[in-house]
Write a protein that binds this ligand. Structure first.
Ligand code: ATP
Length: 579
């Protein structure tokens, strides 16, 4: 993991622990109290034994033993409950924070990570990272037990602790090796899980294509292709754990035998009682009890690896907005020297384009020419790698988020129908349009008729209204109409409409008056013909900016439409990469 992401991982872990400071403190106190009780128990047992051997009354010590056992059980239960609730609380906090961040980043988040991988991170990895504060508190207690046991050995007799400490460095090295080796395989394991989730999400989104192509088996094999590697990493993880446990198990009895041998020697020297021998044996077992420590370290390694995967998401910078507002204007749009790269290719190469306020400009070009990218840049759904986009003379990056979204409306080829009901879908966005403007917008987008024929009209839930591509597109257009704004961008948003409906919608669009600028990505010559001017995109640049009738004289220009109209309707599949 690069250092910046390591730093982000550490920051995330620190912040999630800080978010639970109080709970972590209580957890540490509970764990410490449990450890303390566990450390006192051998002493009480030893004293009880000494009392019995000396023929004295041992009732007091036996009661102490019982009280300590009861206390340990109660503390253990409290610790369990607090650990679980702290993990749940932290997971909620992490998920909330990450979801808000991903939505603030916008489409760039899914450009960086496949959607399924992102979901796996926000669901599975967040839950695992959420255990970090409780695991850290538990680890503190897990370390406290052996440390306390060594101190107790030292209090019984210095030489008992000295024998143990002689072998302790080997134990520490073993634990360090375990942490390092397991960190690597846990990270790889989680990456492969994310890869499978990404593939599965793609396959579910493309279910129709897979069924039509009858490639179910092939697709299942593709989704599950990383499984052998996942299994390999899983087995590697178990090997690391088993090896560490085996080494620790081999070393622990040696240390215990050393302590017992020293205790026996001290008894012969009359420096130790039989009860103290018993206590020393139990303390030696506690001091070498690395099983708990290995378990806690394993939990920490998994939580850290998960936090690392969340940090990678958190590190994608969120889109920054300025504090400027737009001056009065009609939505004049200007692209100055705009360069944009995608997939290592320069798609737009120093594009200059000026759309006067109140005009309608169609963007045409062959498939893959960069029309949608230009539309995304024009409304700041993406930022250019170089150059500036201005609306009424203000760079889009300087505008507040609210100003930007209030004044720029979008309609897409495959709109996502977000919102509970059809009315919500059309009114989706902040500030929410009034009921009347939703109805008027639906009418303008030729959606009112079919919406009214739905079982509950505008109140029909989206899930109860399966829509055709053209109907969904009309709802998307209605949403753009309802929002208004001085710049309206239609990214191929008329492509699924029949020619009569397209004509009616285009008329309504142009009727919205000279106070609004319209940028329309057009695949059909008829759509381009309705615009005031056409920006013809080719080879990453504007090849021409002129009226459609004049450009129509050029065979190359006509060729761009022939290619597109031949392929009309291709790729307009439900839920497959649509917006
Ligand atoms: N996230 C991305 N990663 C890699 N390449 C991308 C990405 N987004 C777009 N591209 C590429 O950029 C180019 C322009 O894409 P864009 O969608 O803007 O084309 P278009 O002109 O709208 O095409 P069409 O008419 O077929 O819709 C394409 O070659 C596309 O593959």
């Amino acid at each position: 993991m690069p250092t910046t992401e390591q730093a982000a991982q550490r920051r995330l872990l620190t912040e999630s622990t800080r978010y639970n400071t109080g709970r972590c403190l209580v957890l540490c106190l509970l764990s410490l109290a449990g450890t303390g009780a566990g450390l006192l128990l051998p002493l009480a047992i030893g004293r009880a034994l000494d009392a019995v051997l000396a023929g004295n009354d041992a009732t007091g010590w036996v009661l102490w033993c019982a009280a300590l056992v009861g206390l340990m059980a109660a503390l253990d239960a409290g610790e369990e409950v607090l650990s679980a609730t702290t993990a749940a609380r932290t997971t909620l906090w992490l998920r909330g924070r990450l979801v808000r961040h991903v939505l603030a980043v916008g489409p760039r988040a899914t450009a960086r990570f496949p959607a399924g991988d992102l979901v796996a991170r926000l669901v599975g990895n967040a839950a695992q990272a959420g255990t970090a504060p409780a695991v850290l508190a538990g680890l503190f207690a897990a370390v406290a037990a052996p440390v306390g046991a060594v101190v107790a050995l030292g209090l019984i007799d210095f030489w008992l602790a000295a024998v143990f400490l002689g072998g302790a460095p080997v134990l520490v090295l073993l634990l360090r090796a375990f942490t390092r080796a397991s960190s690597d395989c846990v990270a790889q394991y989680q990456t492969i899980q994310g890869d499978i989730a990404g593939r599965l999400t793609e396959a579910i989104g493309g279910a129709r294509t897979i069924a039509a192509a009858h490639t179910e088996r092939k697709e299942a094999a593709r989704v599950l292709a990383p499984l052998p590697e996942l299994a390999r990493q899983g087995v590697r993880m178990w090997h690391v754990q088993a090896r560490s446990q085996a080494q620790a198990v081999a070393l622990a009895p040696l240390l215990q035998i050393g302590v017992v041998a020293m205790a026996c020697y001290l008894i012969l020297q009359h420096r130790l009682s039989v009860g103290e021998l018993l206590a020393a044996i139990r303390y030696a077992a506690l001091a070498t009890g690395v099983g708990v420590l290995v378990g806690q370290l394993g939990g920490l390694v998994r939580a850290k690896a998960s936090a690392g995967r969340l940090a990678e998401v958190q590190e994608i910078p969120a889109t920054r907005h300025g504090d400027a507002r737009l001056p009065a204007g009609k939505g004049a749009l200007e692209l100055r020297g705009v360069t944009a790269r995608r997939g290592g290719r320069t798609v737009l190469d120093g594009v200059d384009l000026t759309v006067p306020g109140g005009r309608t400009v169609a963007v045409v070009g062959r498939s893959g020419a960069g029309k949608s990218l230009l539309a995304a840049l024009a409304g700041r759904l993406a930022d250019p790698d170089q150059g500036t986009v201005l609306l009424d003379g203000v760079p889009l990056g300087n505008l507040t988020r609210a100003e930007l979204r209030r004044h720029i409306g979008y309609a897409f080829e495959r709109p996502a129908l977000l919102g509970a009901t059809i009315e919500d879908t059309i009114g989706f966005g902040e500030p929410r349009p009034t009921r009347d403007s939703v109805r008027r917008a639906a009418d303008a987008a030729c959606a009112d008729g079919f919406v009214r024929s739905l079982p509950e009209g505008y109140a029909t839930t989206c899930t109860a209204a399966p829509l055709s591509g053209g109907e969904a597109q009309r709802l998307g257009l209605a949403r753009a109409f309802a929002r208004g704004g001085r710049l309206m961008i239609l990214d191929d948003a008329l492509s699924s409409l029949d020619t009569v409906t397209e004509h009616r919608v285009a008329e309504a669009l142009l009727r919205t008056g000279p106070s609004r600028t319209r940028l329309i990505v057009a695949h059909r010559a008829a759509t381009a013909a309705r615009a005031d001017a056409v920006a013809w995109l080719e080879g990453g640049r504007i090849r021409a900016f002129d009226a459609h009738e004049r450009l129509w004289q050029l065979p190359d220009y006509r060729g761009a439409f022939e290619q597109q109209e031949d392929g009309d309707g291709d790729g307009a599949e439900e839920g497959e990469g649509g917006e």
